[in-house]
Write a protein that binds this ligand. Structure first.
Ligand SMILES: Nc1ncnc2c1ncn2[C@@H]1O[C@H](COP(=O)(O)OP(=O)(O)OP(=O)(O)O)[C@@H](O)[C@H]1O
Ligand SMILES: [Mg+2]
Length: 251
């Protein structure tokens, strides 16, 4: 479905991605974990075409997309929604208008009533009620992150790329968003890549987990495979997992 082959990306003399290969199948949830500055966001941005790789291929349903022109990418972006690490909302538009903006652009035939229904549904999904008329600077950072999530899922992309969707959010909202990611993939058969620091939540909802370090994939496997990994950095990431949880995921 979505395949990355031997992807490399550099900025000047700094080689950030050093030959990444991975394939994600339909409906799968893949978590990507790794230390700060290791190339996770750069990987997602290459997949959605915001950055161009130096070499390698990105195949979306068999089609090579890394060398498409900006216009050709429009179709790809309809299929691939990305939730950015930082919310990047339009500060001069209300929360409602931020979510409605992409909907109207993607589906010009939608009536105002249909737009309203969908915007309301999506804001409910991310537990945001009563802030439709506020501007982004008037709501908290965590609320802005959830607006950005609502904006992306509103157009029902078949592929969803999340860059740290829950970092900086409270535990209750974090759980709700993780549940939402897993529900979306089950109900709409959405294929998801989730960049995260949270091993616990990766073990809970991922089908597979990839660990990136210094631009290379150092581990890739199911939660139970990862729990058995002997790679030192993977073990470090697993240090916070209790024995009880470990045996639950291993069984
Ligand atoms: N547009 C850019 N121009 C130059 N260097 C960049 C650019 N984007 C990222 N980098 C560099 O690439 C490296 C990887 O950055 P990236 O944002 O992918 O890290 P990350 O794994 O997402 O980290 P974090 O967990 O802190 O978000 C960093 O050294 C960063 O400085
Ligand atoms: Mg990042």
């Amino acid at each position: 479905m979505l395949e990355v082959k031997n992807l490399t990306k550099r900025f000047g003399s700094q080689e950030v991605l050093k030959g990444i290969s991975l394939a994600i199948s339909e409906g799968e949830i893949l978590f990507v974990l790794g230390r700060s500055g290791t190339g996770k966001s750069v990987l997602l941005k290459n997949i959605v075409g915001l950055l161009k790789p130096e070499s390698g291929q990105i195949l979306l349903e068999g089609r090579e997309i890394s060398k498409l022109s900006e216009e050709e990418y429009f179709e790809v972006r309809k299929m691939c929604g990305m939730v950015f690490q930082h919310p990047a909302l339009f500060d001069s538009l209300t929360v409602y208008e931020n979510v409605a903006f992409g909907l109207r652009r993607h589906f010009p035939g939608m009536t105002p009533e249909e737009v309203k229904k969908r915007v309301t549904e999506c804001l409910d999904l991310v537990h945001l009620e009563g802030v439709e008329d506020k501007l982004p600077p008037q709501i908290s950072y965590g609320m802005q992150k959830r607006v950005s999530l609502a904006r992306t899922i509103a157009v029902e992309p078949r592929y969803l790329l999340f860059d740290e969707p829950t970092t900086g959010l409270d535990p209750v909202t974090t759980n709700a968003i993780n549940r939402l990611i897993s529900e979306l993939s089950r109900k709409l058969n959405t294929t998801s890549i989730v960049v995260s620091h949270d091993m616990h939540c990766a073990l809970e909802i991922a089908d597979r987990i990839a660990v990136l370090d210094q631009g290379q994939l150092i581990a890739l496997g199911t939660p139970s495979e990862l729990l058995k990994s002997q790679v030192p950095l993977v073990k470090d990431f697993l240090a916070e997992i209790t024995e009880e949880d470990r045996s639950r995921w291993l069984s």
